[in-house]
Design a binder for this molecule. Structure first.
Ligand code: NAD
Length: 470
């Protein structure tokens, strides 16, 4: 288990309110109240009202938990959720329409459609780094698809968790959406229940616990996990531009972003130039003393601060490296002379430390990436389309932005999710609606004609007929 995961195992799991909570939600779901378009639109609007009317409370909670600057809080928590729900609102009527598909000869005459039906009662477990977005964005999908949901915000961001528990029941239909606060015991108790879908965001160790619990009830899961997302920089790029974009994507939310570039693999001919430009970009963004910058977030808690500080112990620091536990501060830090077996390369960093590794070619960067688990994101800065294509074809990742950092996640037309160790399933936009829907196959047959060829007693003629049809 990696240090990042800091996983505790439950010692005592109370029976708690989970069984009656799920019973109540299932009872409500079965009334059909959550199925009409009007209910779904009303609930999406309610999420929007919550986000807009409580903006100041949300900023305050995110500042208390993560020192999150308002611009980052708006962009990556409120704004992205508003965009998601506006898209869902606009498209929902057409997404809900039965989809007409062709009908194979054996079933003719007839009409075939795919109906999207809600799954039922869903559980959404969020992580702490974008603690509001990671419960509300999946909730948009769950509601758009006509489900009930329990939200379990991360206890590691206690102010946002309390805010969600306070306001969600006031804005949304409390018979359909409930919030359970808590940590391992409470989540373990929830996972004992039978759900129709579990949507989990967090680390892979807990992802396995979630999947095991879900397997007992054959419950489908979406696992939004993390990993070490590489950033490959070729020699023929605009290094100023690459440096700025990498520094922005890495140090946003103080590096506590699942799709942040975890490490840089740079062509050895431009290694020093890129590092120098990244040092300048840090100064340009956060000033000479980033601890004084209002635009630089804090580490979520002391445990993660200690974990990150340990990673700095035997590192070759180019810039940064300062830590202040009393302020949960770690400076934007760049490391060089990092090898693949350095401790910083053994786990997802998930903080403001960026190792830079020199490679002789794009091919060796590709080999380096492929010796490790499939990442959630992979970035490539390269001028030539051929190089971009070689990286795309030679690697696998949940998603990729070429010549920038993690902007693909904000394109709601693209699925967001991992592959292999970085997760399974995807969401955002239409994919969220699909994730929380069952695709029900429906064939409508007329009463007549009723050809006797299908039915026994069989004959050589009927066999010939079937062979022609299939
Ligand atoms: P976390 O500590 O907040 O845990 C996530 C959730 O799991 C919490 O709600 C927590 O209560 C629950 N949990 C923790 N231990 C549990 C246990 N033993 N049994 C049941 N539930 C348990 O968050 P984290 O795991 O530290 O999150 C960081 C990881 O999440 C990183 O790997 C990051 O890359 C990944 N992440 C992925 C995405 C994504 O969208 N793919 C987004 C954010 C974070």
């Amino acid at each position: 288990m990696s240090e990042l995961q800091l996983v505790s195992t439950p010692t005592e799991v109370p029976e708690g309110p989970a069984p009656s909570l799920v019973r109540a939600l299932r009872g409500y779901f079965e009334t059909g109240a959550t199925r009409p378009l009007s209910w779904r639109l009303g609930q999406l609007d309610a999420i929007g009202h919550f986000l807009m009317e409580r903006e100041e409370d949300i900023f305050a909670a995110l500042a208390a938990d993560l020192g999150k600057p308002a611009t980052e809080a708006f962009g990556a928590e409120i704004g992205v959720t508003l965009t998601e729900l506006r898209l869902s609102r606009k498209k929902l009527r057409s997404w809900m329409k039965p989809e007409r598909v062709g009908t194979s000869a054996v079933a003719m005459p007839g009409r075939s459609h795919i109906y999207r039906e809600p799954l039922g009662v869903t559980l959404i477990i969020g992580a702490w780094n974008y603690p509001l977005q990671l419960v509300l964005l999946p909730l948009v999908g769950a509601i758009a698809a006509g489900n009930c949901a329990v939200l379990k915000p991360s206890e590691v961001a206690p102010n946002v968790s309390a805010l969600v528990a306070k306001w969600v029941p006031k804005y949304l239909d409390p018979k359909a959406v409930k919030v359970v606060e808590g940590g391992v015991p409470e989540t373990t108790a929830l996972l004992r229940e039978k759900w129709d879908h579990v949507f989990y965001t967090g680390n892979g160790t807990v992802g396995r616990i979630v999947m095991q619990a879900a397997a007992k009830n054959l419950t489908p899961v979406t696992l939004e996990l993390g990993g070490k997302s590489p950033c490959i920089v070729d020699e023929n790029v605009d290094l100023d531009l690459a440096a700025k974009r990498i520094v922005y994507g890495k140090f946003f939310n103080a590096g506590q972003t699942c799709v942040a570039p975890d490490y840089v693999l740079v062509h050895d001919r431009v290694h020093d130039a890129l590092v120098n430009r990244m040092v300048s970009a840090i100064r340009e963004f956060y000033g000479d003393d980033p601890q004084q910058s209002p635009d630089y977030a804090r580490i979520v808690n002391e445990r993660h601060h200690a974990r990150l500080t340990r990673l700095l112990a035997d590192a070759d620091v180019v810039t940064g490296g300062e830590t202040d536990l009393s302020d949960r501060y770690i400076a934007p830090t760049i490391l060089r002379n990092v090898s693949g077996d350095h401790s910083v390369m053994q786990e997802e960093i998930f903080g403001p430390i960026l190792p830079v590794i020199s490679v002789p070619s794009v091919e060796s960067a590709i080999r380096f990436v492929n010796e490790r688990p499939k990442p959630l994101a992979l970035y490539v800065f390269a001028r030539e389309k051929d190089t971009q294509d070689r990286v795309l074809a030679g690697t696998s990742a949940g998603g990729t932005t070429i010549n920038h950092i993690w902007l693909h996640v904000g394109v709601l037309q693209l699925p967001f999710g991992g592959v292999g160790d970085s997760g399974m399933g995807a969401y955002h936009g239409h994919r969220s609606f699909e994730t929380f829907s069952h695709r029900r196959a429906v064939l409508k047959k007329p009463l007549l004609p009723d050809p006797p060829m299908l039915f026994p007693p069989y004959s050589a003629r009927k066999l010939r007929w079937i062979k022609r049809l299939l």
